[in-house]
Design a protein around this ligand. Structure first.
Ligand code: BMX
Ligand code: ZN
Length: 322
C-alpha cells in the first residue's frame, strides 16, 4: 500500500486536515473554522481533535503541518506570527504531537508547504524555478529555485507579504508600515472597503453586509470579488488598486530572481480567477518593460483542491526520515 501522511493546514480563518497518499490523492479531508476568538489553547485543542480523528483511520508515516508565521523548521517552533493567528508565537506542535502520537511531525510555514505541493504535483513538474504567492487572509510566499525550496538561514525565507513597497505606507499586521500584505490580501480588501463606505454608501458590498451579519472575513473579501465581477464601482476600484500593488511585488520578484513563472494561489486568487489574472498581467505590463515581457508568466496554481493539506503532507512524504 502507498505511504500515507496526515496534512494539516492552519490559517487565521480555517484549519484543513486530510490524509494524503504518496501519489497526492486526498483520501479523506475536513475543515473547521479556526477558533482564534477563543484563544490559542482552543486552537491547539482543535488540532489535537483532528489528529485523534485521523490517526484512528489506518497507519500513517507522519504528520505535516503548515502554519502561518515564521517557523523554526528544526525545532518546529513558531518563532513569530502576526495577529492573524493571535498568541501563536512560541507554539510548538511538533514537540507536543510527537510526544502524544509517536509519529514524526514536521512543521513549516503554510505557503512554503503549499510551494512544496506545487513543486510535486503542479507547475513544478515542468518548471524548476518558480515563486508561489498565496493571496488569502494575508499574503504569503514560497520560493523554489533549482527545484529546491529556499528557506534561507533561519527558515524564514519567502515572507514576501512583508516586503515594504510604500515608504510610510499603510500599517501592516506585522507592525511595519507599507508591506505588500497591507495592499494585497483579503484583510486589506476588507479594510479598504470599510474605509470608503461613506463615499460609496450604495455599493453592493454593503447591501450584502446588511442582510448577512455573521460572515467570516475571507467570505466577505470573496464577496467583494463577486461584486467586482458584476462591475460594482467600489469593488472594481478596490480590485484594480490591489492588482496594481500586486504587479509591483511581482515585478520585484521577476527583477530579483528571474523565475520561470510566478504562480498565484490562495482563497482570493481562487475567488478572483481569470479576472484577477488579467488585471495583474495588464498592470505588470504597465509597470516595466521587463514586466511586460514576463506578464504571461504570471499563472494560476495547477493545484485546484486541497493545496494546503497536500502541501503539509509533502513535508512528510518528501522527507526520508518519515
Ligand atoms: C501572513 C503570515 C505568513 C503567512 C501569510 C499567509 C502569520 C500568522 N502569517 O503574512 O506567515 O504565510 O500571512 O497566510 O504570521 P494565510 O493565512 O493568508 O494563508
Ligand atoms: Zn508586514
Amino acid at each position: 500500500m502507498e505511504r500515507r501522511a496526515l496534512g494539516i493546514d492552519i490559517g487565521g480563518t480555517k484549519i484543513a486536515a486530510g490524509i494524503v497518499s504518496e501519489s497526492g490523492m486526498v483520501v479523506r479531508a475536513t475543515r473547521v473554522s479556526t477558533r482564534v476568538d477563543k484563544g490559542r489553547d482552543a486552537v491547539i485543542s482543535q488540532i489535537r481533535g483532528l489528529v485523534e480523528k485521523f490517526s484512528s483511520r489506518g497507519p500513517l508515516v507522519g504528520i505535516g503541518i503548515g502554519t502561518g508565521g515564521r517557523v523554526d523548521v528544526g525545532t518546529g517552533e513558531v518563532v513569530s506570527a502576526t495577529p492573524l493567528l493571535p498568541s501563536w508565537k512560541g507554539v510548538n506542535l511538533k514537540r507536543m504531537l510527537e510526544r502524544e502520537t509517536s509519529l514524526p511531525v514536521f512543521v513549516d510555514n503554510d505557503v512554503n508547504a503549499a510551494a512544496l505541493a506545487e513543486r510535486r504535483f503542479g507547475w513544478g513538474r515542468e518548471r524548476r524555478n518558480f515563486v508561489l504567492l498565496s493571496i488569502g487572509t494575508g499574503l504569503g510566499g514560497g520560493i523554489v529555485i533549482n527545484g529546491e525550496l529556499v528557506r534561507g538561514k533561519h527558515g524564514y525565507g519567502g515572507e514576501i507579504g512583508h516586503l515594504i513597497i510604500v515608504a510610510e505606507g499603510r500599517r501592516c499586521n506585522c507592525g511595519k508600515r507599507g508591506c505588500l500584505e497591507a495592499y494585497v490580501s483579503g484583510r486589506a480588501l476588507e479594510q479598504q472597503a470599510r474605509r470608503r463606505r461613506s463615499r460609496y454608501p450604495r455599493s453592493a458590498i454593503f447591501r450584502f453586509q446588511q442582510r448577512q451579519t455573521v460572515r467570516t472575513r475571507v467570505i466577505s473579501a470573496r464577496h467583494i470579488l463577486r461584486c467586482a465581477r458584476n462591475r460594482d464601482p467600489l469593488a472594481w476600484r478596490l480590485i484594480v488598486e490591489m492588482t496594481r500593488y500586486l504587479a509591483i511585488g511581482i515585478d520585484g520578484i521577476f527583477t530579483m530572481l528571474d523565475p520561470e513563472c510566478v504562480v498565484l494561489t490562495g482563497g482570493i486568487t481562487e475567488g478572483g480567477g481569470q479576472l484577477l489574472l488579467r488585471l495583474v498581467r495588464d498592470s505588470l505590463s504597465e509597470t516595466s518593460e521587463y514586466g511586460a515581457r514576463r506578464a504571461r508568466d504570471v499563472v494560476l496554481s495547477r493545484i485546484r483542491r486541497f493545496a494546503g493539506i497536500r502541501g503539509s503532507a509533502c513535508l512528510v512524504l518528501g522527507n526520508a526520515e518519515a
